[in-house]
Design a binder for this molecule. Sequence first.
Ligand code: SAM
Length: 225
Amino acid sequence: MKIIDSIQNKLIVKMGFKYYDEDKYLIQKCIKCSNKNNPSVLDVGCGTGHHSLLFEKYGAKVTAFDYDESAIDKAKENRMKHNSKVTFLVADGRYPEKYFTEKYDIIFMAGFSIFGIDLNKPIMTKYLSMLNEGGILVLVHNSNLTGLVRKTNWKNHTIEELRSFFESVGSNIEKIYFYDRHITIKILRRFAITGPSTKMHILISKITKLPCAIVFIVSKSKNGK
Ligand SMILES: C[S@@+](CC[C@H](N)C(=O)[O-])C[C@H]1O[C@@H](n2cnc3c(N)ncnc32)[C@H](O)[C@@H]1O
């Protein structure tokens, strides 16, 4: 996986991977769901820091990490450009307990390769235990919902699979969205992270098999499991 990640990151750094405006609505939605105006955020597998900087822009205090040093170097360059205060670190996301002692209001994982195929319960349980009371964990995973594994070693997780995974680690599912990060009609972008748009994207993806991003927003269950 490390090789694939590093190729991906090199391509992003070289070609300037284009992120789309929908992401800003996703980040705003995450902050709203956290019920805090200035939540503390841990961006797990942050790559070059696109989401970290957006979280900061909308009021969050952000710590972000990746195990790929070149991605973190680029993230730090981006931090300079944006006059940002995000803390970027090199760390291995399999062992968060080695690097982090704080708890967070939002733990955010977009395209985190550790869960690319293997929805690993012990690792997810560690992250859930790092949430503040009332905090949320957000998993964003690219999928066409078929349940099949791609040649790039990435599984098209189904919604049902993710739902039962999160239930099995004792979390409450707060919201589920499915959205296209490449909506070219600007006016539709702000509706990307809504129930009706989710239903529409599920239908389109089931017909066309085109991937979108599944977003699971979960919280720790009250009994602290
Ligand atoms: C598909 S990229 C997503 C990057 C970023 N979150 C985004 O959405 O733009 C997956 C990221 O996970 C990172 N990653 C994979 N395994 C990791 C690990 N064990 N510890 C930390 N980061 C990891 C990779 O280096 C890569 O930057």
